[in-house]
Ligand binder design. Structure first.
Ligand code: HEC
Length: 367
């Protein structure tokens, strides 16, 4: 399977290399236009970070995209953009920032075909992807203002840990966690914890994290919530004042969520392995890798008592500056006796680690 995917990617790269770019004055005849196909791909896959006032150069208008054409081609062919994080085909996630083969092909045809603008009538309706605010029906969420952070100019990566009182949400069950970014020019991502338990993440392409409605997080009675904020410095110092929103769970959310941590210890230079045997049945709804710049690759797989195996995550090239978190499209069942194992490539001393957020069956019997 992996070989097949690698071969397909290789072929795509080869095709990309063979297709020599056409010069702008050559007559072109392609049926891909900016207004019809290209803008729709960019809105989904690039604008979360390349909107106006985003993390990097704006790619939200035709003249900008055209001007950056050569750089865009290089970034996508080299698979640096969107930040290539997980390998496709291993684990099905709810939001996946990477380009699929069809999107890649469409962009390359357009970039090499003179980047035509196309018909005004084909433009999609205007959306504001960077500030989409999702509200659900029900009681108003608890809102917690995070202390403003000053992010120095030019820094590649700045990580801040802030701890705040959960206030009205302390001791309550929480159905979902949302961060409202204060300054999208610098905020790369965030992870939220209650004590040591992970309760949610925010990423430019993933705004809300909510477990299935049958389950909820229990905040401790005097609950402190810790938020890890990941920044990228801009060309001038910036201040970020983000807000955390905790939405209360409905009564039927009986099940609680817990963490399972799989840690790998070094077995020989470069390679690390570790595994955890599952005692009580659980199902995984989300997971995240610990970030460490000395860890290059990670593979997490489950082997069940019926001998079925499944790769939950494969990261060929871990990029420590993106606080990646993955929400499974469908929860992954871990029957009792399953073994979850982690194999990592690591050059450092710290142990590679993946945390799974799991649902256990409701503890309270139904009336
Ligand atoms: C998750 C955020 C994110 C997404 C999604 C993303 N980018 Fe980027 N992009 C960045 C950041 C941040 C940089 C600056 C370099 C870095 O830190 O890696 C960048 C840099 C670039 C550059 C180089 C600009 C320069 O200064 O040379 C290009 C071109 C680019 N991105 C194109 C794209 C395209 C095309 C897409 C969609 C197919 C995309 N990016 C998706 C975050 C993103």
């Amino acid at each position: 399977m992996r070989i097949l995917v690698a071969a397909a990617a290789g072929l795509l790269l080869l095709l990309a290399v063979i297709a020599t770019p056409v010069r702008a004055h050559d007559p072109v005849d392609i049926n891909v236009s900016y207004n019809k196909e290209v803008i729709r791909i960019l809105q989904r896959k690039c604008e979360p970070c390349h909107g106006s006032g985003g993390l990097s150069v704006p790619l939200a208008a035709y003249p900008d995209v055209r001007a950056w054409g050569r750089a865009i081609r290089e970034e996508i062919v080299e698979r640096r953009m969107p930040p290539a994080i997980v390998a496709r085909g291993y684990g099905q996630y709810e939001s996946d920032p990477s380009l699929n083969a069809r999107e890649m092909e469409t962009l390359l045809v357009w970039l090499d075909g003179g980047m035509p603008r196309g018909d005004q009538a084909d433009l999609p309706p205007v959306i504001d992807a960077s500030h989409a605010h999702h509200h659900s029906p029900g009681p108003a969420p608890a809102t917690i203002a995070l202390p403003p952070q000053t992010v120095p100019a030019g820094e590649h990566l700045v990580v801040r840990r802030v701890t705040v009182r959960a206030g009205a949400a302390a001791g309550k069950t929480i159905a979902r966690v949302q961060l409202l970014p204060g300054n999208s020019r610098v905020l790369r991502g965030a992870r939220v914890f209650a004590g040591n338990q992970w309760i949610g993440s925010w990423l430019p392409w993933q705004h809300v994290m909510a477990p299935p409605t049958t389950h909820a997080f229990q905040l401790p009675a005097r609950g402190d919530v810790t938020v890890e904020l990941y920044y990228r410095g801009a060309d001038a110092p910036q201040v970020d004042a983000s807000t955390l929103e905790l939405t209360f769970a409905a009564a039927e959310a009986r099940g609680r969520l817990g963490d399972i941590v799989v840690e790998a210890a070094t077995v020989k230079t470069g390679a690390a392995r570790g595994s955890v045997q599952i005692k009580q049945p659980a199902s995984v709804w989300a997971l995240y890798p610990a970030l460490d710049s000395s860890v290059t690759s990670m593979e997490l797989r489950v082997e069940r008592p019926d001998e079925s195996t499944e790769v939950l995550m494969w990261i060929p090239q871990l990029r420590a500056e993106w606080p990646l978190s993955l929400v499974m499209r469908e929860p992954v069942e871990l029957p009792a006796g399953s073994v979850v194992s982690l194999v990592a490539e690591s050059a450092g001393a710290s142990a590679p680690r993946v945390t799974l957020s799991v649902m256990r069956s409701p503890t309270t019997p139904r009336p």
